[in-house]
Design a protein around this ligand. Structure first.
Ligand SMILES: NC(=O)c1ccc[n+]([C@@H]2O[C@H](COP(=O)([O-])OP(=O)(O)OC[C@H]3O[C@@H](n4cnc5c(N)ncnc54)[C@H](O)[C@@H]3O)[C@@H](O)[C@H]2O)c1
Length: 409
């Protein structure tokens, strides 16, 4: 095995979503990378130098053509002689089992360990606490590490070029594992543009906990400012002034405090629920409350919209929903909170009209009509609901209901 972090390695990244594609591009600046997926369209796009994900840095790097990156559907080509195999397959939350569905990760691990038994396999997917220790034994993967991924979907490649920290989990009792973990951390360090990235090597179970506790803190913070905002709105107070006053305390800080319709996205909803499941026999109140607070907030927003609607004249009214996305400048609306608001309004019998430019190939979504023309959308809506305010709404500001107080994500 090569020992220098900057030697060109053959690295296989499995899954070309936000995590896998950003890592593939990051590492293909210095190494030979194979990006393995099961979706032919994604593989074809990447090999044409196009990004299946809307992300300006990823698009520019792929279009630039300076990467040693091959996307493939062929596990044999991908795994042959691989020195590192990075797993970035999905781990969706299974509502029946109340646990992550880790079957995609397991099918990758089985194939990878058989095809390249000497490779260091690193799970980047978010997994339940205690998962790696278990599968290392049950699947016979002695060279398995876990490294939590902290990227934001809107800045996927940027966050790997300028990481907040690098965390690698290994079996701390094994000298071989500690060496592999150190080498993988060095690989990520040398791929980053940022120098002196704080780096932690720890047990795999602790590293898994780092990921779920970090996301659960973010969900807690979102929920806290959302509940502050609910209180202020119900009591007729100026939520913005209260938040400013609260956040001038440097221990609290003036960031990540803009009210919204609830936390959403692919990760926070599922990661909070997984951490709650990991607490099964451990006393807690807060983790449960974070999950419940988000449902309460979304239900409150539905009620607030219905109350406003009731004040309008007539009874044949349309609520326009301006964008499905969680964040400004995003085209991704996986698990976005506004979708729960739409469902709540529909359950109350309200007609919902949607404006979402990212929906190019459909005229309906969640059973509501998609209006492609913004002017027509604004004219046809009696009330416009926007999780994030946009200047284009200024001419119809008096129709808009939003809790976006600071114009930021
Ligand atoms: N999106 C984020 O911001 C983020 C951040 C940190 C961690 N994570 C975690 O990383 C993991 C991946 O997240 P993502 O957002 O990149 O997911 P994604 O859904 O965007 O991408 C997953 C990719 O894996 C592919 N895939 C599925 N099964 C496969 C298989 N058996 N073999 C090969 N490819 C397969 C899919 O086709 C898809 O391209 C999840 O566990 C997630 O929780 C995500």
């Amino acid at each position: 095995m090569k020992t220098r972090a900057n030697a060109p390695y053959k690295i296989t990244v499995v899954g070309t979503g936000y995590v896998g594609l950003s890592l593939s591009v990051l590492l293909a600046r210095q190494h030979k990378v194979y990006a393995l997926d099961i979706v032919p369209e994604k593989v074809a796009m990447i090999n044409r130098g196009q990004s299946p994900i809307a992300d300006r840095e990823l698009e520019a790097e792929l279009a630039g053509g300076g990467l040693d990156l091959t996307a493939t559907l062929d596990p044999e080509e991908a795994y042959r002689d691989a020195e590192y195999i990075i797993v970035a397959a999905p781990t969706n939350y299974d509502p029946e089992k109340n646990y992550f569905d880790t079957s995609a990760v397991e099918s990758v691990l089985r194939a990878a360990v058989q095809a390249a038994p000497a490779a260091t396999i690193v799970i980047k997917s978010t997994v339940p606490v205690g998962y790696v220790e278990r599968v290392r034994k049950t699947l016979g993967c002695p060279n398995l590490l876990f490294s939590p991924e902290f990227l934001r979907e809107s800045r996927a490649l940027y966050d790997n070029l300028y990481p907040s920290r690098i965390v690698v989990g290994c079996d701390m009792a094994s000298a071989d594992q500690r060496v592999r973990a150190g080498r993988f951390a060095a690989l990520l360090q040398s791929a980053a543009v940022k120098q002196d990235v704080p780096t932690l090597i720890m047990g795999t179970t602790e590293a898994e906990a780092v990921k779920l506790f970090a996301n659960t803190y973010l969900a807690l913070r979102v929920s806290y400012f959302n509940e502050l905002d609910t209180y202020a709105e119900v009591r007729g107070l100026d939520a913005g002034r209260i938040i400013e006053g609260v956040c001038l305390d440097p221990r609290i800080g003036d960031h990540y405090n803009n009210p919204s319709f609830g936390y959403g996205g692919y990760c926070l909803p599922k990661d909070t629920k997984q951490l709650r499941a990991n607490y099964a026999d451990v006393p807690e109140n807060l983790i449960d409350a974070i999950v419940a607070a988000n449902d309460t907030r979304k239900a409150y927003i539905v009620d607030a919209v219905l109350r406003r609607l009731a004040l309008l004249p007539g009874d044949d009214r349309t609520v326009g929903v301006y964008r499905l996305t969680m964040k400004t400048n995003s085209d991704n609306f996986r698990e976005s909170s506004v979708q729960s608001v739409i469902k709540g309004l529909q359950a109350a019998g309200v007609r919902v009209l949607l404006y979402e430019p990212a929906l190019t190939d459909t005229s309906t979504f969640l059973g509501c009509e998609v209006e492609k023309d913004f002017a027509a959308f604004a004219a046809r809506s009696d009330l416009i609901v926007a999780n994030r305010y946009d200047e284009c709404l200024a001419p119809v500001r008096d129709k808009v209901y939003t809790r976006d107080l600071f114009g930021r994500d």
